[in-house]
Design a protein around this ligand. Sequence first.
Ligand SMILES: [Zn+2]
Length: 410
Amino acid sequence: MNSTALERFLRYAAIDTQSDPRSATQPSTGKQKDLCRLLVEELLALGLEDAHMDEHGNVYATVPANTGKRVPVICFCSHVDTAPDYTGTGVKPQIVRGYKGGDIRLKGDPGQVIRVRDNPELADQIGNDIVTSDGTTLLGADDKAGVAEIVAAAQILVENPGIRHGTVKLLFTTDEEIGRGVDKVDLKKLGADFAYTMDGSTAGTIETETFSADRVDIAITGVAMHPGFAKGKMENAIRIAAAIVDRLPKNAAPETTEGKQGFLHPTDISGAMEKARISLIVRDFDDAGLVDKETMLETIVRDVMKDYPGSSYTFKVTEQYRNMKAVLDRNPEIVEYAMEAVRRAGMEPVLGSIRGGTDGSRLSHMGLPCPNIFTGGHAFHSPLEWVSRQDMEKAVATIVELVKIWEERA
Ligand SMILES: [Zn+2]
């Protein structure tokens, strides 16, 4: 069996595992299980006897401890699905061996060019072997690079009993890209104390913060009547909804913010004279900032409604996920050990934050603290996605060093 992270990655990338937000089942697409089944086979072949897939496609496996010490149980987690944004059918990975610099033109579609201008990280890849798609599909490095790295690391642990470690759990989830990655994960069965998602980007980066995220649904009921007899009486819900959207702050939108700034973002609007609905997402790194934005939003709604005394509205906030930082701060060793592992694997660790969420932000608040470690992949969710063999190997080394550190410090 081929066993390097690269060879595993090429094998996994060729399998279509796109998830589908319109599906109500989990996994949202049956084809995700094709990769899950292959993973179970490969993990069993490595000797991980409990490797199995549950009905939702989640794959669980254990690398048993080989030390007498009491070491916390550490889990490594990646998702098998690829984003709905771009097709993942018929992925044909291409390898640029010994990259010499410059733009990379993709074979299957000459219009698709991975440009140095848009990918400054390419400057660090001279001499490396870079994997891309052929330009007609995404590559799926998000997150099959992470999957390949975890399995490759498990193989190293199994084949090198001299590497001392506690119990290591492996978890592969489905439907992460549509926000349902951990909905059906059985944390009790998993039995881990701490976890790491392998789902980040640039080599050396550890992400310890995500957005806190809510969704807001506003439903407006206007006063409908025949337009010929409407003077002084009609209150058109479409106009009310439009007035609300018009008053959203322009300087707190995704298109005007970056770094640690949050935003309010209308994602859907629909309506008729009688009823209209607006859906928004609200994002902030700080839970108090999230509440501030929602308060501001409801103030706008109330203000607009003053001009429509016959109309009414409902305002519903739904929690989506929370910044993992508060949870990680309670167990600082989780990130400290990850930084040390990155150093031992030959890189300078960089702490980052994600303007989004991960399986880890959900897991952290479900009781399993879980920062995010790099995979080496870049330009996710697009036909210009790429990852280098060398960065995948660095991620494998980071995993191996990390389990060693947990054992040493126990
Ligand atoms: Zn991902």
